[in-house]
Write a protein that binds this ligand. Structure first.
Ligand code: SAH
Length: 356
């Protein structure tokens, strides 16, 4: 039986060189193929125009070349663009481009669906179908970068893993994708411009420390009280605040990187003066900054946004406790592109109306 074709994008440059040699081609071609895959964003072998046609055909006959495709796109009144990406197996994930005056941010997904069940998040209503492969994570960034250049004439400046899925439950692919995103022979984006956001998997936070990663870490805290946190984030039952605190201290000791705490403000639930006090207390554990996030209502959700006044008072209390605090306004809400709203809703609709 003939061996299954290999996916050329999953091979290292050295692997490609060996494969080319086996096909009777000089191995310096490997560099050209590699550049087409990771720098020139080829969509297939036919794009590799500095390779002779017979070689392109030979490659196509011997390897698989998968690249995700943009299936849908929506543009918000605030300029935010949400894209639905179709994967090789028909699954869909979403990514978002958020244009701001001083930066261009891509918000990307790490899994198809999510296995966690945070009660305020739309993605949590989907099952976790599978992990994204590293090239699928990379492709989101490359495609969104291309879109930023096309629509806004600017490159991406920042990347946040705040789309669908829990990045630390897909650790190897996230790390490998970041390696390609930051590599000189990849997208060349500085690790300090990348933020991985986690619901709080203590063991993996420690692993990030052991691996001495150079990118930023954000923890979705949302409550600094175990009872409240467990109520909205069941992952807290096994990764309690005390356990997370210890992991964060460890991470910081290994990386010297300041941690970001995300805190989505749920009206009447986690926005009281007592909550602010508990948050200030918890945040003293490590050098950090706090992002207070406006809650984006989700379909069937039971929470409401905190009022503007409450958010300002909450912020003032934390600042009084000498903490660095930012208020994060919602973006792309009208197209369900805001944090926690990625559920593939519109994508499904558009896909089902496609001609067969
Ligand atoms: N699983 C990771 C990354 C995805 S969520 C994590 O939990 O961090 C990205 C951020 O959006 C998290 O801070 C998450 O708590 C927040 N979020 C989820 N639903 C939201 C909603 N409805 N409104 C505002 N922020 C939300």
């Amino acid at each position: 039986m003939k061996a299954a074709k290999k996916n050329i994008r999953h091979l290292t440059q050295e692997d490609i060189a060996i494969e080319l040699e086996n096909l009777g081609e000089p191995n310096f071609r490997a560099k050209q193929v590699w550049q087409w895959i990771w720098q020139k964003n080829a969509n297939g072998f036919e794009d590799m125009t500095n390779l002779a046609k017979p070689l392109r055909e030979k490659l196509a006959a011997n390897f698989i070349f998968y690249k995700m495709k943009t299936a849908t796109q929506q543009i918000s009144t605030d300029g935010t663009i949400k894209a639905g990406f179709r994967l090789y197996d028909g699954e869909l994930v979403e990514g978002v481009l958020i244009p701001q005056e001083d930066r261009m941010t891509a918000c990307i997904s790490s899994q198809v669906g999510c296995s966690l069940t945070c009660s305020f998040c739309a993605t949590a209503k989907l099952d976790r179908k599978r992990n994204l492969h590293f090239d699928e994570i990379y492709d989101q960034v490359a495609i969104i970068n291309h879109e930023a250049e096309k629509k806004y004439n600017k490159h991406l400046t920042n990347i946040v893993f705040m789309g669908m899925g829990e990045p630390l439950l897909n650790y190897p692919n996230v790390i490998k994708a970041i390696e390609r995103i930051t590599a000189e022979d990849g997208l060349g984006i500085a690790p300090k411009r990348i933020t991985v956001s986690t619901a709080g998997i203590a063991k993996m936070i420690k692993k990030l420390g052991d691996d001495k990663v150079k990118f930023n870490l954000a923890l979705s805290l949302h409550a600094a009280n175990d009872q409240k946190r467990s109520k909205i984030m069941p992952i807290n039952d096994t990764n309690s605040l005390e356990i997370l605190k210890e992991a964060l201290i460890y991470f910081h000791s290994k990386t010297q990187t300041r941690i970001t705490f995300e805190y989505v403000m749920l009206g009447g639930f986690n926005d009281t003066p007592e909550d602010a006090k508990e948050l200030a207390q918890f945040a003293r554990a490590v050098p950090c900054k706090i992002n207070l996030i406006e809650y984006n209502p989700i379909e069937g959700g039971i929470y409401i946004k905190s009022s503007g006044n409450t958010m300002h008072r909450f912020k003032a209390y934390l600042e009084g406790a000498k903490l660095i605090v930012n208020l994060r306004r919602s973006r792309g809400e009208d197209i369900d592109a805001a944090c926690g709203q990625l559920a593939g809703k519109d994508v499904r609709r558009v896909v089902s109306s496609e001609p067969k």
